[in-house]
Write a protein that binds this ligand. Structure first.
Ligand code: FE2
Length: 229
């Protein structure tokens, strides 16, 4: 494993591909999915162990909105990564499935995971009612899924997809910063309405800071792409 990690830094990429027998199941050579196949298998194992750990905890414990959102996100994380093992020779086809990992991770499942963690931290550090926090979480993840799933169309503009993706991708990806903006409002509003003065200031700063940074990323990454028609 050490040799493999060092490989990124010291071994030329083509040699790394040879070393890890990329020819058996070629998955290397795609941006963001550069990992040798064996490292990809490692990522799958890590995702599945999170699904297992959180899943078993949910089965034994209380089923809440927050942990349902979290497990949905984690299952999505594992399932969508499987497309990184499918590497069609046709470049247009390859791009479609490549975005299934790259876009659906960032604007789909990671938003669910982040929303769930944020909601959990906010309950703990603000003492605001769970019901109130959960209502916010519902709206945020609904917006994230509506904008994120169809917003994937902003990657389908020039890879041979039908023309309607120009409009679909543009309009829905323009909405992608909305759930992130709601997360900012959510974090700051809950902290303002807090019922307890929690000593863990770092957690409160994390909750606000992560929401703000994710929003800036959302605006940069998604809002500048739209309106191509
Ligand atoms: Fe995207």
């Amino acid at each position: 494993m050490l040799r493999l990690s060092a490989g990124y830094l010291f071994v030329p990429y083509a040699e790394l591909a040879k070393l890890t027998h990329n020819e058996l199941l070629p998955t290397m050579g795609r941006e963001f999915l550069e990992q040798p196949t064996i490292a990809k298998i490692g990522i799958v194992i890590v995702c599945l162990s999170f699904v297992f750990n959180i899943g078993m905890t949910i089965l034994k414990g209380r089923k809440t909105v927050i942990n349902m959102v979290l497990i949905t996100g984690l299952i999505g994380l594992a399932v969508f990564f499987l497309f990184s093992f499918y590497n069609p020779i046709n470049l247009a086809l390859d791009k479609f499935f490549w975005w299934f990992v790259v876009h659906l991770w960032v604007e789909g499942v990671w938003e669910l995971i982040m929303g769930a963690l944020l909601a959990y931290v906010l309950i703990k550090v603000t003492g605001v009612d769970r019901e109130h926090i959960e209502k916010w979480l519902y709206v945020i993840i609904a917006m994230a899924l509506i904008s994120g799933l169809i917003g994937m169309g902003h990657h389908f503009f020039w890879i041979g997809a039908p023309k309607y993706w120009l409009w679909m991708g543009s309009v829905f990806s323009a909405l992608e910063p909305v759930p992130f903006f709601m997360m900012v409002l959510f974090a700051f509003k809950m902290v303002n309405e807090r019922r307890i003065e929690h000593t863990n200031k770092i957690a409160i700063t994390w909750a606000k800071g992560t929401a703000v940074m994710a929003f800036l990323g959302g605006v940069y990454g998604d809002f500048y792409i739209p309106l191509h028609p």
